[in-house]
Write a protein that binds this ligand. Structure first.
Ligand code: SF4
Length: 453
C-alpha cells in the first residue's frame, strides 16, 4: 500500500510522488507518519534551525467584484451601500503604518472591479513605489488580471463584458494579457499572489467560482508572470464540495506548471504553496448542509454524477488541514516554501503546521478583510508570531518576499524576548488596533505552560 522505501526516496529528493500515491497517502497514511515524512522533507529543503515569517499588510483596495463566488462573503456590487474603493489618503495611512511596523511587503488584492481603467492600476503602483520605495508590491491575483483583460480599454484590443474574458479569441486574450503584464510590471508591480486558485477541477470551479477566472486562465496568468521574471505563489482552498482526487489534481497542475517554468529557465517561478480549508460564515455556500461522516455513505463530491453533488459540504477540521499540508510538502517537490495558514486555522494549529511540512508562518496580521468577512478573525503581531515559532523549537527569522532572511532573531533584542508581560502586551495590542469592543476578534492568549518557555 505505502512503500516506505519509496517515501524515503521522495523525502530525500530522489523520487517523486505520483497522483495515485498522494491519494493513497491521504486515505491510508497515519497523521503521525505524514508529519514525520513532511518534516523530514522540510528539513532537507530548509534545515531545522529557522522558520520564517514576513511583515506585510493585506490591502484590499476594493470590494467591488463582478464575480459571484459562492464561498465569498467579501464581494459587493458597485452600488451596494458598503462598496468601497480605497483612495490615496487611506492607502497612505495604511502603508505608513506598515512601514512604521517594520513591514517590507503589501499584499494588495481586490475584487474584479468592472469599471476601473488600466491607468488606475498603473497610477496606483507608480504612486506607491514613489511614496513607499521600500515596500515590495505583491499584487493583483489572476482573477483580477483576467478582469483587466476583459474590461480595460487598450489600443488595438477589444473589450468584453465583465466576467466574460473567456469570450475573447484565445490569441487576443493572450496578447492583451502580455501588454497588461508589461505595463503593470513597468509601473512597479513586483510579484503576483496566488489568490483565486481554489480548486482547478471544472465541475467544482463552475459551481463555486461563478464569473471568475477559469483554471486555464489562472495558470496562463501565472505563466505570463513567470516569463516576465515575476515570482508568484499558488494556493488551494479545500473542504467544500471537491473530491480528494480534485485536490491532488490541483497540486499536480501546479507541479506541472512549475516543471515547465524550470525547464524553460523562466526567471519567475512559484515560490510558495499555501492551502487552507473553506470558511463558511456569511457565505452562500456555507448554507449547504454538512456531509454526515458517520452515515457510512460516500461523500457526494467524490462523484460528479451523484444526485447530491455540490449540495453537501465536506468541511475540513484541523487534522484534514494538517494531512493536506503534509501531502502538499511531499508532492510539490519543486516548490520552495509551504506556508502554514494560521489565519484560518488559528495560531496553535498554524504552529502545529510547522511539524506538517510548513517552513513559513506567513505574515503578521495588521488587517484582513476577506477571511474575516467569512467569520474567521485572528490577529497576531510580530512578537506573538516569533513566540509561536520559538516555542516550537525553531529560531524565528523575518523574511523577504523571495524567502531570503532579513533578520534572524537569535539575540536578546528579538521581538518576543523583549516582552516580559504578555497580558499587558495583549491589552496594548487590542488598544492599538481599536478592537476592545469587537466581539468577533479572537486574540491569541498563550497560557499553556509548554508554550511559555
Ligand atoms: S472570491 Fe474574489 S473573485 Fe470571488 S466573488 Fe469574492 S472577491 Fe470576487
Amino acid at each position: 500500500m505505502i512503500d516506505r522505501q519509496h517515501l524515503q526516496h521522495v523525502v530525500d529528493g530522489k523520487a517523486r510522488l505520483t497522483s495515485q500515491e498522494a491519494l493513497d497517502l491521504y486515505h491510508h497514511a497515519s497523521l503521525h507518519d505524514l508529519g514525520r515524512w513532511s518534516t523530514a522533507m522540510c528539513n532537507r529543503i530548509h534545515g531545522d534551525t529557522y522558520r520564517s515569517y514576513v511583515i506585510d499588510r493585506n490591502v484590499n483596495y476594493t470590494n467591488v467584484c463582478s464575480a459571484r463566488c459562492t464561498f465569498c462573503a467579501f464581494r459587493r456590487d458597485v452600488d451596494d451601500h458598503d462598496a468601497y474603493t480605497l483612495g490615496k489618503d487611506e492607502l497612505k495611512d495604511k502603508f505608513t503604518e506598515l512601514v512604521n511596523l517594520g513591514g517590507t511587503q503589501a499584499l494588495m488584492q481586490g475584487g474584479m472591479h468592472p469599471d476601473l481603467p488600466l491607468s488606475f492600476y498603473e497610477d496606483l503602483l507608480q504612486w506607491l513605489k514613489a511614496e513607499f520605495p521600500t515596500i515590495h508590491l505583491h499584487a493583483f491575483s489572476p482573477p483580477e488580471f483576467v478582469e483587466f483583460v476583459a474590461v480595460c480599454e487598450l489600443d488595438g484590443f477589444p473589450t468584453t463584458a465583465p466576467g466574460k474574458s473567456h469570450e475573447l479569441p484565445a490569441e487576443v486574450w493572450a496578447a492583451k494579457l502580455e501588454v497588461i503584464m508589461d505595463r503593470l510590471q513597468a509601473a512597479g508591480l513586483d510579484t503576483i499572489p496566488g489568490g483565486g486558485g481554489e480548486i482547478f477541477a471544472k465541475p467544482v470551479r463552475d459551481r463555486i467560482g461563478r464569473g471568475k477566472a477559469t483554471a486555464q486562465q489562472w495558470l496562463d496568468v501565472m505563466k505570463c508572470a513567470h516569463r516576465h521574471g515575476m515570482n508568484t505563489s499558488a494556493t488551494m482552498m479545500f473542504g467544500h464540495i471537491e473530491s480528494i482526487a480534485d485536490r491532488v489534481d490541483h497540486m499536480q497542475q501546479i507541479r506541472d506548471a512549475q516543471d515547465e517554468a524550470i525547464a524553460n529557465n523562466w526567471a519567475g517561478k512559484y515560490t510558495a504553496f499555501i492551502s487552507w480549508p473553506f470558511q463558511r460564515e456569511n457565505t452562500p455556500m456555507g448554507r449547504l448542509p454538512n456531509w454526515d461522516r458517520d452515515s457510512g455513505l460516500p461523500f457526494p463530491g467524490d462523484d460528479p454524477n451523484h444526485p447530491q453533488y455540490a449540495k453537501v459540504l465536506r468541511m475540513s477540521g484541523a487534522t484534514d488541514y494538517l494531512r493536506m499540508q503534509a501531502i502538499s510538502r511531499l508532492f510539490l517537490d519543486n516548490v520552495h516554501s509551504i506556508g502554514a495558514s494560521w489565519v484560518t486555522m488559528g495560531p496553535h494549529i498554524g504552529q502545529l503546521g510547522l511539524f506538517y511540512g510548513a517552513n513559513d508562518m506567513g505574515s503578521v496580521m495588521i488587517e484582513e478583510n476577506v477571511v474575516s468577512a467569512a467569520g474567521t478573525t485572528y490577529c497576531l503581531d510580530e512578537a506573538l508570531l516569533c513566540r509561536l515559532i520559538r516555542s516550537s523549537g525553531f529560531t524565528p527569522a523575518q523574511r523577504a518576499n523571495d524567502y531570503s532572511f532579513l533578520k534572524i532573531h537569535d539575540g536578546e533584542q528579538s521581538p518576543d524576548l523583549m516582552v516580559d508581560d504578555w497580558s499587558k502586551h495583549r491589552v496594548e495590542q487590542l488598544h492599538q488596533h481599536g478592537h476592545e469592543d469587537d466581539e468577533t476578534l479572537t486574540q491569541l492568549t498563550i497560557t499553556s505552560p509548554d508554550l511559555m518557555s
